[in-house]
Design a protein. Structure first.
Length: 659
């Protein structure tokens, strides 16, 4: 997928130069019959070549966008992209075109691509399509190209033979174009190390105090093994013989719907052999645009008692939910008619649904991706759990502190340091903890872990900042920014040496765990006297407190703007480690051994020692060049980012850094 467009939405071909011009000419001639008036901007539009960053490391991928501004009644275009083949290599394959039309034309675009007519030249032409009507207006992306940097130095990317046409088949006058100069730097070496424990520009944990709310119970799901092979494998019970499927057509959407019903009697028999946690797997046969797997509530109650997880595997897509996290009592209450008796588990049907989002959501996702410079590397899919009884249906929004698993096959290869799973809430993309694996066939799969359902997709970008070029934490900062966890402070700067406030680090941990954007729960989210509704951090601080990541002070205050020191940072990250359930607490002798690595362990406050000990043992924090932790020193933005990355790596929520 490129720039948010599904491959099936863009008819694409590769043709010779002469044929390409002929096809484009025929497109234009066909529009003459529509007789729509021309509306060309007097100054003429500008077609430019841009990139998210003008700097790329040798061996890495650069995404180049061709954009236009100030167009009116815009119906078609053609151009040749010219680049230096000695320094840039076009990344493409038969099923993943190098170029894709952006959002200016939308899903009706007709595209003709002729890659590499001669070394360093790519021809592309497109029309809006649709058989009439006014053209597009405004500013937007025409196409995107992916190049691999081959050689250090300066590499220019420019345009040739640029032509724009309006809906009356008239050539748009006054078109100007610009070129881009990419600077290819030396391949990035491994992390040179840092002066101590890192963290991230957000609010870390704080000294002991009373949390005014009760966090949800910890019931983490168990993701599949990552490429490091450190995740435990659960036994699998295949329900293939206990499921029946049928395909129908949805009369409203015209999509084929594959419905799979799990036979309760046969599934119960399969569950009898489970003596501990395991996976109930459904592998449907058949085909469809939408998949619905139906399970009786009574079967899920039994599965929860067995600590089982329910997984659906359908081609390259999988969906696994921690059954214990489904609150059947809450579901039954939601299904009860006003004043009525809640249905029993036997009367409730729970559905795991995987389907393409509506067209309006896809278009909004594509527009946002273009605006943010994101490339979509998988097909967007809506994952959700529904429950119904009679004519009433409810949707499960979250799984408390449990992490459901969604697995998708990528449509193009990605750099795992700069790609992430994301969920799209209709307006924004949010980070989702994601682990990438590569199969024997060379294709990549993303496993996304999050405690809520939504539209999920894999995104990639290469973010950088002008003031981190020579910084020891550069690779960590760029990776966490590309993964939608950290942001800069304006004007292309990150301010790596800046101090971190408690509210900032709370926000960073909430993002890192995939909680950002969640609605505040109706009950249980603590209220702090100094965190007000109009504050930018209001929701993230309260979410952090709800999940037990931060504590307030006995006087009901949170001190959101207070700077955080390094031991507070470690304490807050340790609470996040505890929430995931991935790393056991240390015994006292293990803690003592870990702390013995720090020359100034005596300076640690007693309440922080268990957290710092576990962080040291797991490699989340280290001493500086003198072997000191400096617990009372203010944490910097760079240190906090590195700590976030190490935490996510330690709990297998992201891949380890490549270098």
């Amino acid at each position: 997928m490129k720039n948010g467009l599904l491959p099936s939405m863009i008819p694409q071909q590769r043709l010779g130069a002469g044929m390409r011009r002929l096809v484009f000419f025929l497109f234009v001639i066909a529009f003459i019959t529509t007789q729509w008036p021309s509306a060309v901007s007097a100054a003429g539009p500008v077609v430019s070549v841009t990139a998210g960053s003008s700097t790329v490391a040798n061996g890495q991928i650069a995404t180049v966008h061709v954009q236009t501004t100030d167009v009116a009644d815009f119906y078609g275009y053609s151009f040749t992209l010219v680049y230096d083949p000695a320094k840039l290599e076009l990344q493409s394959s038969a099923d993943s075109p190098a170029a894709a039309v952006g959002t200016l034309f939308g899903s009706g675009a007709l595209v003709v691509i002729n890659e590499e007519t001669s070394p360093g030249r790519i021809e592309i032409a497109a029309t809006r399509g649709g058989g009439g009507g006014a053209g597009a207006s405004g500013t937007g992306t025409l196409a995107a190209f992916r190049f691999k940097a081959l050689q250090e130095g300066s590499a220019k990317v420019g345009l040739d033979e640029v032509q724009l046409a309006n809906s009356a088949a008239a050539s748009v006058a006054g078109v100007t174009d610009t070129e881009l100069s990419l600077t290819i730097t030396a391949a990035q070496p491994g992390d040179p190390g840092d002066p101590g424990d890192p963290g991230d520009p957000g609010n870390p944990g704080n000294p002991p105090g009373n949390n005014t709310g009760t966090p949800p119970s910890n019931q983490p799901g168990t993701p599949s093994s990552d490429e490091d092979g450190d995740e435990p494998q659960l036994p699998v019970v295949d329900l293939g013989q206990a499921a029946q499927s049928a395909t129908t057509v949805d009369p409203e959407t015209g999509q084929a719907v594959l419905t799979v019903a799990v036979d309760e009697t046969a599934a119960n028999k399969a569950l009898e052999g489970m003596t501990g946690p395991g996976i109930l797997r459904v592998t449907p046969t058949g085909s469809g645009d939408t998949l619905r797997v139906e399970v009786k509530g009574s079967l899920l109650e039994l599965a929860a008692a067995k600590q089982a997880e329910l997984e659906v595997v359908f081609g390259g897509t999988a969906y696994r939910i921690p059954v214990q996290a489904l609150d059947m009592n809450a579901i039954a209450s939601g299904l009860a008619a006003a004043g009525g008796t809640p249905p029993s588990p036997e009367q409730i049907t729970v559905r795991l649904v995987i389907e393409p989002p509506p067209a309006a959501v896809l278009e909004a996702a594509a527009r946002k991706a273009d605006a943010e410079g994101l490339e979509l590397a998988s097909v967007p899919l809506d994952f959700r759990v529904e429950a119904s009884a009679g004519d009433r249906t409810v949707t499960t929004k979250t799984y408390g502190s449990s992490f459901a698993e969604r697995k998708v096959l990528l449509t193009q290869s990605v750099d795992t340091d700069h790609a992430t799973g994301a969920y799209f809430d209709g307006t924004d993309y949010h980070h989702v903890p994601t682990v990438f694996t590569t199969g024997d066939d060379g294709k990549q799969t993303a496993t996304m872990l999050r405690n809520g359902d939504s539209v999920y997709v894999v995104v990639e970008q290469a973010r950088t900042f002008a003031d981190v070029k020579s910084h020891w934490a550069r690779s960590d900062i760029e990776s966490m920014a590309s993964k939608l966890i950290v942001t800069g402070q304006g004007e292309g700067r990150f301010n790596p040496g800046g101090k971190v406030t408690r509210a900032e680090f709370a926000t960073l941990l909430v993002r890192a765990l995939g909680f950002e954007g969640q609605a505040l729960p109706a009950k249980g989210a603590p209220v702090f006297n100094d965190v007000n509704g109009g504050d930018w951090y209001h929701d993230t601080v309260r979410l952090a407190a709800y999940y037990g990541l931060v504590h307030g002070y006995p006087d009901g205050m949170f001190a959101p703007n207070a700077p955080i020191n390094r031991q507070e940072l470690a304490a807050m990250v340790d609470r996040a480690v505890e929430l995931t359930g991935k790393i056991a607490s240390l015994k006292q002798d293990e803690a003592n051994k870990a702390l013995s690595r720090l020359a100034d362990r005596a300076a640690l406050d007693g309440w922080a020692q268990p957290a710092v000990a576990r962080a040291v043992k797991e490699g989340i924090v280290t001493g500086d060049t003198d072997g000191k932790f400096r617990p009372d020193s203010p944490a910097t933005r760079a240190e906090s980012v590195v700590m976030i990355r190490r935490f996510l790596t330690a709990v297998h929520f992201i891949n380890a850094a490549k270098s």
